[in-house]
Design a protein around this ligand. Sequence first.
Ligand code: ZN
Length: 269
Amino acid sequence: MISLLKSIYRFFIKRPIVKITSIFNKTGNKHKCYVCENTFNSFTKYGRGTKYLSEYMKKLNMVGSDIDNFGCPYCSAHDRERHLYMFFDRIKLWEKISHSNILHFAPEKNLAEKIKSLNPKQHIRADFYPKQKNIEKIDATDIPYDNNTFDLLLCNHVLEHIPNYFKAIQEIFRVLKPNGIAILQTPYSKLLSRNLEEENINTDEQRHFFYGENDHYRVFSEKQFFEDLKKVGFNLKIIKNSDFFDEKTSIYYGINAKEDLVQVIKPSS
Ligand SMILES: [Zn+2]
């Protein structure tokens, strides 16, 4: 009886409300998706938005995904994907793509299609758990490509999911050509002087509370993350969000104004 009532509620009350809310949302123009250029009143949240975050995460004032303004209701591009589009327009990264060999970890749907449309020399879509045939199974800590293969490597919010991330950034350095560029976004805190990564934090609940997600292996400290990138050999060329976008623009396009572009370059000698 209870399950019947639940089904009635789901089909005749909840679904129509969701549908009407969605239609109404798409008539608005408070926000715009930078990827598909549609306007609407609100982005979809990730989970329950900031209510999803633990008190610990809130105190750490994490620089990461904008989970209250997460997905585009039209094309599903998430905030981190939209943000890369905006940065790539400003730093004219698209122009390099047609003559580049590209390695793209956890390839975002829209971004991967856009790269393909620009006819790169090579575009390897990679994931440790590939869900599509055109994505290669690749372990970032053991990349099956020769030294100095890629001109551009994209790794957008992936490193926090990798147990031995230092090995991954060494591998990224190895497979990049001299003067090659990697975009290495990851959530981090400016409050921590060292990464928080403890052997005894090992349950889903603990990882969610201390690291932000059940499948994260640490909370990065901005300081240690940047130091480690330099230790591996990279030059850092961090592009500040505020160099290009004011607060009003960041809100309109639903991007995290605190998140800068972590661009690293392999020196030529
Ligand atoms: Zn969109």
